[in-house]
Every structure is written in C-alpha cells, then in structure tokens.
Design a protein around this ligand. Sequence first.
Ligand code: ZZB
Length: 262
Amino acid sequence: QEYTLIKLRIHDDHIPAKLKSHVTSTTTGVYLAAATLRPETMYGQTNCWLHPDITYVAFETCLHGILISTRRAALNMAYQEFTHVYGQYTILAEFLGTELFGLPLHAPLSHYETVYVLPMMTIKEDKGTGVVTSVPSDSPDDYVALMDIKNKVNLREKYNIEESMVLPYDPVPIIELEPYGRLAASTICNQMKIQSQNDGGKLLEANEEIYTKSFSNGILVVGKYTNTKVSDAKKLVRTDLITNGQACVYYEPERKVASRSN
Ligand code: ZZB
C-alpha cells in the first residue's frame, strides 16, 4: 500500500515539554505524520485524530524534521531511508495519544489556519502511522467522529478538549459528487442513519461507497485544480505537496498471512 504522509506541523510555541530539549536551531519543525490515500482532500482538513491509548514516538529524520507516529511506522520509515542509519531510528520522546490532544497544528492546504489534535476511538495501531488527518466532508469515519466530539460535552471534558478547538470547525465543501452533493460524508451518514463511531458495519459500507464513487465521479471544487476530476487531481496535488516539502511517500509493507514453514 502506497500512502502519502502529510506533515502536520505542531506550532513552534506548543512543542511538548518532553521534546523541547531536542529541538535545535537546525530542526526544521516537529510534525505529526498522517498517512492518507486521499491527498486531494487536504483542502478539507478540520483536525487531526489520535487514539488516546496508543503510544506514539518522536524521532529525527534526515529531510523531514522530527516526526511523530506509532513505533511500527517509525521502524518502517527507518527502512525507507527516512533516518540517518538504515533500519534504525532513535526515540526522542514517547507519548500516549492523550498527552497530545489539543495541540495546535498547521495542516497543509487546509481551509483552516490552525487545526487541533482530537481523539478518535476507531484508529487502528497496525495501519498507516496511527495518525489520521480528518476530512469530515468526504470521510464518513471523520464526519461521525467530529459530530461525536462536537455534540458530547462529556467526551470533551474527559480529554480536556476546549470548545474553541471543535465548535468553529465544520466540514468544508471540496468535492462535488453526484448524487451526494458537496458534503458527501454527511449526506450518506444521514441517509444510512449512522449515529456514532461505533456503527462499525454501516460505516465500512458508507466509506467504501464514497471512496469508489469519489474516485470515479468526484470533481474538485476548490484550489489550484478546481474543476479537475478526483482521479486526476490526486496525483497533481500529491506531487505539489511533496515538491513543497509538506508531504512524502510512505509504503505500508504487505501484511503477513499465516506462515506455512515446513
Ligand atoms: C484523509 C481522507 C479523506 C481519508 C477522505 C479517507 C477519506 P484504507 O483504504 O483502509 O487504507 N486511516 C489511515 N490510517 C488509519 C488508522 N491507523 N486507523 C484508522 N483510519 C486510518 O483507508 C485509508 C484511510 O483511512 C486514510 O485516508 C485515512 O483517512 C484513514 F475523504 O485520509 B484518509 C471514504 C474515505 N475518505
């Protein structure tokens, strides 16, 4: 699986205390590394998701500053020449997701100047980097998780999330998709009566539907590639992000099937 890693930059004045001593005048930023298959949707980012109980590590890279991801993804990156020594990475600091909630980020291409780190319970530790960038206009998973945190005061209180990190953030219309309109994720979640992050089966179905339809029929309605088909815009936006140093390529190794050695 070939992902695009989006570099979500932690505001320089909010670098976590544990990491501060490692940031020098030559450090080119501290980033949450979000793995996505939809680089053309980055205009619609409203926040970043981490899992409260997953451990994330910060490590130094050659070209991309200090990155934060799961351990597993850090090791994969070390084998993809992100680090100084092939196959090795040095942990500068470790965090539980909960320790990073509420951090302000700069997300490349986003309509919003600053977006915040928020909790998502359905993040898988063994997929991508464990860091997910949220596009609630076009991802049903993101839409329901954002509605959860907007609607549930107790959820915000539990994780110390302020209203100002959530309430001003609404899905941004970025892709026209017949017959769903410009906010495909909310349309399909309402049609299918999906209520929360825990509606697993229905959510999977909704994601599948939007993902395939968007690729074949979606048209971008924002940014430099306005009026371009999603299938064409994907490569163009990705190349721009990589050229500008705001993203990089990340490969997910094939998952091993039960071994049959004998
Ligand atoms: C932005 C985005 C915008 C995404 C969209 C999807 C959609 P796949 O096909 O199963 O590999 N993701 C990445 N890592 C994780 C994780 N560890 N746990 C849970 N979700 C994760 O799915 C890849 C997508 O799943 C990624 O692309 C990421 O969300 C999320 F409009 O990034 B995406 C209809 C989907 N739309």
